[in-house]
Design a protein around this ligand. Structure first.
Ligand code: NPW
Ligand code: ADP
Ligand code: K
Length: 511
């Protein structure tokens, strides 16, 4: 599913109005009707107090139109207008009039007003600001937002949590609605998936408000949300007359004294993701444990007991994953440098491989084109420098990925794969995966997919999704806290099965 910028959403709006020859209030009415139907399907007339907080722009207009529908269906409502500007939008005014025609007189709130009482049992509809927010809310509006957040009421946000900017971190983190549920129009918003801004919403759902399909199909988006639908189309089925050679030789290079487990996790994940043959290359201290723990694995060792000093490959692997547990000792750095020089096909670089590149950026020129980097936030910072907010981080990361021709996997709650200026936002995974070694598992999986012939970009997008899904399957069985990286490996098989199972109703709708 495409993720559009606010600018593109305004364009979609304009295009729809012109092509379908409708007035803008028709779109607002469609949006409000969809929200009303969503609420009505759940409440079915329950007598709960619904407090609507509406701004004076089109987000507020949506709220006013929704209030009318709720009132017509007998709901108990209180409508507040948060009067933060004299510049009221045309469709807000139209819906204010329609409300007044029905004898509903909103309560106008301004800087001098007392804050209305909100009970924890109320439902708050948050329609103060939408995607038009372009500066910090005034202090009194921020305080009203804080008051709503403190109420413990269920907060349903219209389109976006009010106060959440679409292209930067909030000016004041306290001046943003903490939303229980966001009903967002037509397309997901990038801010929902980034750590600085995604924290303001608990759940979200997209409502189709009838923006024109021609525009939605034609318009290119900088970011895409990756769901099962996209993943199934990347999947490469195994062939009946195939053999292990068909699925490639993969190599996992890493480990140092005390950190051989990282290689074990990556190698196991590489095997479970479907590589034909997997060889690990480790210092001698890793030999016995790997041979014992993973019988399917072949093991080559360095001449050194404790760290890697020279990476010799007696065959040309189809894919190499390197860096987990590697360490950054001088001889290892030299070995890594020589390895990069000798490689011509893309490699997957993780952990200390990335740390070495951050320490010695001149080595970046030796990284084969279309290689994959899988940094966690700290490793990313070492590579690209600090950032002021997530949006700047993404811009810097994009520039880095383009200038070095790298598929950059920015790991996190919603991992984002960047390549050639485009971002792919993952939708699987859970906080149980915030545990030692889960990144090593990802590197092994991505390497295993490359060995099977997936391109770098496909391997990254598919691998990240599959890894998160395997984590979700593990968590569904044992919860978050007990989840260990090796559980993720053990769930890879079920994750494949899940990807290939027919979509359920919800998944079909999202296609
Ligand atoms: N296609 C769609 O998806 C559809 C979208 N629709 C809805 O429209 C919403 C967008 O509406 P919107 O453009 O009127 O902006 P909104 O967020 O209501 O803000 C209002 C105005 O406030 C101002 N302002 C900004 N920051 C401020 C601040 N801190 N303090 C004070 N004022 C501030 C700024 O005006 P300015 O003063 O800068 O001229 C801004 O224009 C969208 O989220 C969705 O709910 C549907 O109706 C139909 C189809
Ligand atoms: N809160 C979370 N939600 C979803 N996925 C997560 C979360 N925290 C971590 N992960 C995933 O777990 C992995 C952690 O990687 P990393 O930090 O490199 O672990 P390690 O270095 O211990 O192997 C990444 O793939 C990341 O996306
Ligand atoms: K809102």
């Amino acid at each position: 599913m495409k993720i559009f910028s606010a600018q593109q959403i305004y364009q979609a709006d304009k295009f729809t109005i012109e092509k379908q020859q409708i007035t803008s209030d028709v779109l607002m009415e469609q949006a409000a009707t969809k929200i009303f139907e969503w609420i009505h399907a759940r409440l079915r007339g329950t007598s709960v107090n619904i407090q609507l907080f509406c701004g004076i722009g089109n987000n507020g207009g949506d709220g006013m139109a929704l209030a009318r529908h709720l009132q017509e269906h007998g709901y108990v409502i209180t409508v507040h207008v948060v009067n933060y500007s004299e510049k009221r939008s045309k469709d807000f005014l139209l819906n204010l009039e329609r409300l007044k025609d029905r004898k509903i007189w909103p309560n106008f709130i301004n800087a001098e007003s007392e804050l209305p009482e909100i009970s924890a049992n109320d439902i708050v509809v948050d329609a103060i600001f939408g995607i038009g927010l372009n500066r910090s809310p005034d202090d009194w509006v921020g305080q009203l937002i804080g008051h709503i957040n403190a109420s413990q009421a269920f907060v349903l946000s219209v389109d976006v949590p009010s106060g959440l900017p679409m292209d930067r971190a909030p000016w004041n983190p306290k001046y943003v609605i903490e939303s229980s549920y966001v009903l967002s129009f037509q397309v997901p918003k990038l801010a929902f998936f980034l750590p600085d801004t995604g924290v303001y919403l608990n759940q979200w759902e997209i409502l189709d408000i009838g923006l024109d399909p021609e525009f939605l199909t034609r318009e290119e988006a900088d970011y895409e949300l990756v769901g099962k639908h996209q993943i199934v189309s990347l999947y490469r089925p195994r062939l009946k007359f195939s053999h292990k050679g068909t699925y490639g030789q993969a190599m996992i290079v890493g480990g140092s004294y005390g950190k051989i487990g990282a290689v074990q996790l990556a190698s196991n994940a590489c095997l479970s993701s479907g590589a034909g043959l997997v060889t690990a290359f480790v210092p001698q201290c890793g030999y016995h444990s790997l041979q014992t723990a993973v019988p399917e694995l072949m093991v080559l060792t360095d001449t050194d007991e404790h760290c890697i000093t020279e990476i010799s490959m007696p065959f040309a692997p189809k894919a190499v994953g390197i860096g987990m547990g590697l360490g950054t000792k001088e001889p290892t750095i030299k070995a890594f440098k020589d390895f990069l020089k000798q490689m011509e096909s893309p490699v997957v670089v993780d952990a200390d491989g990335l740390n070495i590149l951050a320490m010695a950026p001149h080595m970046l020129k030796d990284v084969p084109p279309q290689s994959i980097f899988t940094p966690h936030p700290k490793e990313l910072e070492r590579l690209i420098g600090t950032w002021t907010d997530d949006f700047e981080k993404l811009e810097k990361a994009k520039a880095f990925s383009i200038s070095h021709d790298i598929v950059l996997v920015i790991k996190g709650a919603h991992t984002i794969v960047l390549y050639k200026g485009k971002g792919y936002v993952n939708t699987t995974g859970n906080p149980g995966m915030a545990t030692a070694g889960s990144g090593d598992v990802l590197t092994g999986m991505v390497t295993g997919l490359m060995a099977q012939g997936y391109t770098s970009l496909e391997a990254a997008i598919f691998g990240v999704y599959l890894h998160g899904l395997a984590g979700d399957i593990s968590a569904s069985q044992n919860g978050y806290e007990a989840l260990k990286a090796s559980d993720i490996v053990n769930s890879i098989g079920r994750a494949y099965v899940e990807i290939l199972s027919p979509p359920d109703v919800e998944e079909k709708e999202q296609e």
